[in-house]
Design a protein around this ligand. Structure first.
Ligand code: GN1
Ligand code: MG
Length: 375
């Protein structure tokens, strides 16, 4: 059972998980880390854990990352308790290994963590209706608010320049120039599409430099499947996948959610005619997010919300395309053109957002009016 990539006995021993291992199930949600659900039974009671191998080619400072993560999760825990919530279900907890550290490095040098499994909750792989997306938005909005007073300077950048679109654009250009995979001729139109949008990539970075957009503690990977939803109420109860929590823009979080969830098709849909922007879903997310975080945002942040959807989609498109050109060294892929297919969906969505930008902006204004947000 997954023995090729997980030595479960070694890990349960390392994290002092006492009892009989009754299940080990791989969770294939992410493109980066290797994640398993492990059930342990003891005295008639079964407990679930999330055992995860961190990808240390992507996260090059894993110990600093775990410092970020334990600081942030303890803070969230306090906030959840203060708000009368259930910390076992509404935040993550990294179990200490035998030596007290919140991680374990195995005999092969692989870096493992073990988290609480959140009971009575599930993740979703696609938006199935506006209500679901509104609930995800509330969860991410709440997440941001709960971290509003977290000491931002104590966080290291777990991936430097993660959403810095100027540096992402430079990386993309290098990938085109180097053409390590020899695939550039198979995607000339897509490359030209990205290269024509350099100015877009400068916009937020210029606003940060001018002091017009504030840095906040942000999640930075706000895909729908990074929220756990309560099985009974359907509410988004916990934001997970906290490896990229670091200083960022609220717009990164808003925009990345829109990128993934306001797409009418999957991130790797091959039939581009199915890839469109759902304005209905865009409105639902805007409502949910602003209902939680709206009062804490500045006028400039609100003004840039619609555009952030486009910019984060462009960024992801150039990351997928860059990885395709580099020979698929970053994202996990299931077939040779997988990154190209993903890049195409993102770029199609960018052009849809460009066509509908005025409508997206109007929606943000309407929602602000509905919610009485006047900036
Ligand atoms: C990766 O690991 P996962 O699937 O949650 C990536 C995100 C991308 C996303 C695209 C650390 O997220 O930035 O937006 O794939 N995470 C990292 O689906 O690069
Ligand atoms: Mg992730």
């Amino acid at each position: 059972m997954n023995s090729e990539i997980i030595n479960i006995e070694e890990l349960t021993d390392a994290f002092c998980l006492d009892g009989e291992i009754t299940a080990v199930k791989r969770i294939n949600d992410g493109h980066i880390n290797n994640t398993f659900r492990v059930d342990i039974s003891k005295g008639g009671k079964t407990s679930g854990y999330l055992v995860q191998e961190l990808n240390t080619s992507v996260f090059k400072e894993p110990v600093a990352l775990m410092n970020n993560l334990t600081g942030v999760t303890s803070h969230l825990r306090e906030q959840v308790i203060k708000n009368g919530g259930d910390p076992e279900r509404e935040c993550l907890y990294a179990f200490p290994a035998k030596d007290g550290k919140p991680y374990y490095i195995d005999g092969e040098g692989r870096f493992w963590r073990c988290f609480n499994y959140i009971y009575g909750a599930h993740s979703e792989q696609r938006v199935t209706g506006p209500d679901l997306f509104r609930k995800a938005a509330k969860a991410f909005g709440r997440f941001q608010c709960m971290l509003a007073d977290y000491p931002i300077d104590s966080l290291v950048e777990t991936i430097p320049n993660f959403h810095n679109t100027v540096s992402r654009f430079a990386d993309f250009k290098a990938a085109v120039d180097n053409n390590l995979s020899g695939r550039a001729d198979t995607c000339r139109d897509e490359i030209a599409f990205v290269l024509a949008r350099q100015e877009d990539c400068d916009r937020f970075i210029e606003l940060i430099d001018k002091g017009e957009l504030p840095l906040r503690v942000t999640h930075n990977d706000t895909k729908l499947n990074n929220v756990m939803f309560d099985d009974e109420t359907g509410e988004g109860i916990c934001a997970i996948d906290l490896d990229t929590v670091m200083p960022g823009l609220s717009l990164y979080d808003f925009g990345d959610s829109i990128r993934f969830g306001a797409n009418t098709a999957d991130e790797d849909e091959k039939d581009l005619s199915k890839v469109n922007l759902s304005l209905e879903y865009f409105r639902a997310y805007t409502e949910g997010y602003l209902s939680e975080a709206g009062s804490s945002l500045t006028a400039k942040e609100i003004e840039c919300l619609a555009y952030s959807g486009k910019l984060m989609t462009l960024e992801c498109g150039m990351r997928f395309l860059g990885d395709y050109l580099n020979g698929d060294t970053y994202f996990k892929t299931s077939y040779p053109e997988h990154n190209l297919v993903r890049a195409r969906t993102q770029l199609k969505l960018v052009s849809e957002m460009e066509k509908h930008m005025d409508e997206m902006e109007d929606i943000v204004k309407e929602v602000c009016e509905e919610l009485g947000i006047n900036k």
